[in-house]
Design a protein around this ligand. Structure first.
Ligand SMILES: [Zn+2]
Ligand SMILES: [Zn+2]
Length: 107
């Protein structure tokens, strides 16, 4: 990928992170911003405490431990809406299905 020099005014936005690997072959997990024209990504040790746009409702929330396991993180309000409790957002089976879909199945 070509790195573009930022010539225009810096666009400030809240990143919408998605868990992926550094390259398709790599096992190095990173969290990459999925917005167009943004090549920002962070390593897991830099991930917590960052602002992120919720994949479900689009609001901004801060990444915490419970969010860091999700491929497409969504805010606590959306976790509660779906699962009824904050600490078990999805079942193991759902996780496996998700990881399979993403080609990220790890043991
Ligand atoms: Zn971004
Ligand atoms: Zn949300």
């Amino acid at each position: 990928m070509v790195k573009l020099i930022k010539a225009k005014t810096k666009e400030v936005h809240v990143h919408r992170y998605r868990r992926t690997t550094l390259t398709p072959q790599s096992r190095t997990v990173v969290f990459r911003c999925t917005l167009p024209d943004c090549s920002h990504y962070v390593y897991p040790n830099m991930y917590k405490g960052r602002n992120c746009v919720c994949w479900r409702c689009g609001s901004v929330f801060v990444i915490e431990r419970e969010h860091s396991r999700m491929a497409k993180p969504h805010c606590s309000a959306c976790i509660i809406r779906k699962g009824g409790k904050t600490h078990a957002p999805i079942t193991d089976n759902e996780v496996d299905t998700l990881l399979n879909d993403l080609g990220l199945l790890i043991d």
